[in-house]
Design a protein around this ligand. Structure first.
Ligand code: DP6
Length: 349
């Protein structure tokens, strides 16, 4: 594109994008961020990354020209990762080396909260860059392309460019499903799952001992790899049926199995990791006992760390939050619990 083709040569965009919590977990990848198995998640409402980018036309050069600050501080580690990201998306944004970008980013959730920030960060970046693309070229990028760009930053980010329930990865049960990008869940969402809550119990605020990038690598030669891929496909079918039918019993069974399978895979990897802590197990047992005693719908999921996400429908909010306060909060670091729920997705401000 030549200079004269740009509609606008400077401006500013501001975007917010949510984190998401996976129910069927993406675990293992190949090539450039291609998942080994399909996954499904919902976007959160309160756990958000806010990103604003000021852009200005400069003469075309060989390198990307940008500054990056996270919570007003330069962040060299992330700045480096951005070069890889820009290289991967440059074919979709051919103007990237002709503009200087000043990127400012911040999260609404604490750094040590155990909420994955790469999903919301790369979703916000992809949406902001797509918006700049529209402002300077007049061309609107499709949601699959935006989701694909987010994926090239962090796999789970491709599901964060939308609100509510989203799937990612090829599966015969979803027409048009793709390994390249996520899409909103195609089947109907029963009211039981339209307002699902996620209370995050912070068992530990320490940095994760295994990053998800390392975690995905552990799957490459894992003895249970083929079985895991089969399991994820079967669970996608069962979970989408449960969400459509409003079946919390089935949802609970699959959700907890997915969480514990993820940790089982890490424990049986070489090298092996055990990320669950005594208090994680105490919470899991308490949740299962409470469910048996009361018949109240609630279940747990866990990402690649020790923190426990308690999931429940809006109708059980009062009882479950009382249970958390009375019986579970004491197992959390500084008694910290973050209450969140399903959200509407990114916003361009
Ligand atoms: C356990 O998306 O963080 O949260 O693609 O290497 O950036 P990269 O990994 P990432 O992995 C997320 C793993 C998970 C499960 C999930 O969100 O599906």
């Amino acid at each position: 594109m030549t200079k004269t083709n740009y509609i606008k040569i400077e401006g500013r965009v501001s975007v917010s994008a949510p984190s998401n919590i996976a129910i069927v977990k993406y675990w293992g990848k190949k090539d450039i961020q291609i998942p080994e198995n399909p996954s499904i998640s919902f976007s959160l409402n309160n756990a958000i990354t806010q990103t604003s980018i000021q852009y200005k036309r400069i003469p075309l050069q060989d390198i990307f020209s940008y500054d990056f600050a996270f919570e007003n501080k330069t962040n060299k580690a992330f700045e480096k990762k951005l070069v890889t990201f820009f290289n991967r998306i440059e074919n979709k944004l051919p103007w990237l080396k002709s503009f200087y970008l000043n990127i400012q980013s911040s999260n609404t959730f604490p750094h040590s909260s155990g909420i994955a920030s790469s999903a919301s960060s790369y979703a916000a970046l992809a949406i902001a860059l797509a918006e700049i693309h529209t402002q300077i070229t007049g061309e609107k990028l499709s949601m699959p392309i935006i989701s694909e760009m987010a994926r090239l930053g962090s796999g789970s980010a491709c599901r964060s460019v939308y609100g509510a329930w989203n799937t990612w990865g090829e599966t015969p049960i979803i027409n048009g499903s793709s390994n390249k990008y996520a899409q909103p869940l195609k089947t109907k969402t029963h009211p039981n799952f339209q307002n699902i809550h996620d209370s995050i119990l912070l068992v530990s605020k320490k940095e994760k001992s295994v990053s998800s990038t390392v975690g995905h690598q552990l799957m490459e030669n894992h003895p249970y790899k083929e079985g895991r891929i089969r399991q994820a496909h079967a669970n996608m079918k069962l979970i989408t049926e449960a969400i459509e039918q409003g079946n919390w019993t089935s949802f609970t069974e699959i959700t907890e199995l997915e969480a514990l399978s993820l940790h089982g895979l890490m424990m049986s990897s070489t090298p092996s990791y055990c990320l669950l802590e005594p208090n994680s197990l105490a919470i899991i047992n308490k949740i299962r006992d409470f469910r048996l005693e009361t018949n109240i719908d609630l279940c747990f999921t866990i990402d690649a760390g020790p923190n426990i996400h308690v999931l429940y429908p809006e109708s059980n909010k009062k009882q479950v939050q009382e249970f958390i306060d009375g019986d579970l909060r004491k197992f959390c670091s500084d008694n910290t619990v973050i209450h969140d729920y399903i959200g509407l997705g990114p916003k361009i401000n």
